[in-house]
Write a protein that binds this ligand. Sequence first.
Ligand code: SAH
Ligand code: AVI
Length: 325
Amino acid sequence: MIITSKHLHRKFTPAPLPSIAEDVLEGFSRTPKSLPPKLLYDAAGSALFEQITCLPEYYPTRTEAGILTAHAEEICSHLRRNVSVSELGAGTATKTRILLRSLVQRQCGVNYFPLDVSDAALKLAKDEVESELGTVKVHPQVGDFDNLTFLEHQTPPRLVLYIGSSIGNLENDEAIALLQNIARNLSTGDKLLLGADLVKDAEVMHAAYDDDAGVTASFNKNLLVRINRELGGHFDPESFCHISFWNEAESRIELHLESACRQSVRIDALDMTLQFDQGERIHTENSYKYTVEHLENLLRSGGFRVEHTWTDPDSWFAVSLGVIT
Ligand code: SAH
Ligand code: AVI
């Protein structure tokens, strides 16, 4: 529980605070404590995520890349000529290049608008896409999913990518709201390609979030390092353990940081002192796993008609194309 939070007794004015302050304050005011997963992606977090995507245990990236590689031409054949491409949570856009490579065979040039909270990841995306694909012009959009008006400003036809199973980091109602918000900013004939991780053997899923090299643990603990740096936090990341487990009832992998001892932690910028009991956890991420039916229903709830769903031979991952009718 929070033992001191003087800010709660005075009017809270977010404007002068650093950008992550509000989210951290809100998350630490909850019981149990939690932090929104988007905070995992400062420059260091984005670099750690890139390492995760190459881990032998982390099957989602290579499985989705396999689907995109096998079906890129077929996916592109569903698109109208001169489509512009936007992407939510693009990161470094490594997998996106698989699709862009096919797209540039079909049209003279591509305008690509990757949106991400991570400025560092977007810089890499721009460098790598433009140096490989000379006819793709990258227009990075640094920002949060809550503002998707940049979609509306592009000339149709439009393709939006939301791949990587990033939708799995949202609650079901948040996922539907986000898809509806995407749909609101599109028009008839525009399409959304949605990639999602499927339910499979629990051991396989769990190992992907508890790798032997400890990269996912560092990714998770980096949240505390970030709070120390950006908000004057006094966390000792080594006094927290990385916890991950499969929650079958909720069909999700959960990530937490568990306090190894009873301790108090001050966060200067929030004028807050947190108290942790031994074993108390901060919930840092959910990663929902789907069935194809659930994924397609999400698209429908968002306002899209499902055109096609592609999976890998083991049905570990699915990529579904929806259209605004
Ligand atoms: N699409 C890439 C990256 C996935 S990692 C892939 O498939 O490999 C998730 C990405 O989403 C990160 O780059 C992170 O910075 C971004 N992200 C997470 N929450 C976000 C939010 N609320 N708004 C914008 N970007 C977000
Ligand atoms: C970005 N997102 C889909 C990843 C996932 O698998 O949920 C983030 C991640 N967290 C730990 N490892 C990877």
